[in-house]
Write a protein that binds this ligand. Sequence first.
Ligand code: G3H
Ligand code: 13P
Ligand code: ZN
Length: 353
Amino acid sequence: MAIVNTLKMFEAAKRDGFAVGAFNVNNMELLQGIIWAAKEQQAPLILQISRGARQYANMKYLRALIDVAAEEAPEIPIVIHLDHGDLDTALVCIDEGYTSVMYDGSKLPLAENIANTKKVCEHAHGKDPYVCVEAELGMLGGIEEDVVGVAEEDVMKFLTDPDEAEQFVKDTGCDSLAVAIGTSHGAYKFKHEPKLAFDRIDEIAAKIPDTPLVMHGSSSVPAEFVAAINKYAVLDQSNAELCRVAGESNWEQMPKTMGVPEEAIARAAKMAVCKVNIDTDLRLALTSSILRAWGESNDALWAWMQAGSEGKRPDFPFDPRKYLGPGREAVKAIVARKMQALGSAGKAKSVMG
Ligand code: G3H
Ligand code: 13P
Ligand code: ZN
């Protein structure tokens, strides 16, 4: 079992020019998809748990599942990380045995962000074994359950300031820093191909060369997942088959949207970015796969009816294993793809030393 903190992981990432993927876990299928990808790709892994995930699943369940995953993949270094923690949750998670926590004070006045981050660092760094702290400076866009950011048009106005970053790291002693470089959370990041501030990564890194940088909001929102959701998720069940057969698209669930292209995360991974956060793409993979399973069964039923309802009526997949099984395979595939893009595939050994 190799549950570790981020120190050696980021050291290797910096040395070898890759970034570690940090993937959000809310349930067993997501975790299995992620760990199976890490094992297949021999990639170091950060499992991150948000406050929402802790509430949804109960941390005791998640921790037990993670321990089993770590036993299943003893050669993979795994970090258990709190995603977007507030002060109380960060302190609790440090005591609960997380090996890394994020304290997100980015929406607070700077002095308060510094004071709280410092408190978290003092508590975390006093632990044996050492617990790592990720802090955040600058503001991302997008909205998730517990994470509200700035509007899309304002994202570029709130990039992390390099001088402020230097002072912040000095004052707080944080181990890594999440920076705003133009990305945002969730599925609705950009209406057009985004322009990320790569030069800002270099400017920040020049001021804090020893601090690994973290990139949040890094999902690419793959078009094939959006298309599958729009094809199979229907607002009006009674019209669904008619619309589909007629090729009508006025019942789309997800409007046009774009994420961070995988070439962009690959580029950042070769720079000072050592951790890349991905949640939305896993949600989309799982959900589109479930909808496809249900939609294909509707198609089969439609075809059977069109053919005169002869023979055995196609079954609807109400057994959860029939749709969650393909769902976790879809999660595994997208996570494996990210590990390749980030260059972390094959790097588990170089972290373990
Ligand atoms: O950045 C936030 C993560 O995607 C977690 O979202 O708070 O809805 O679990 P959540
Ligand atoms: P996405 O919403 O782009 O997946 O970002 C997730 C994230 O930053 C979690 O902290
Ligand atoms: Zn985030």
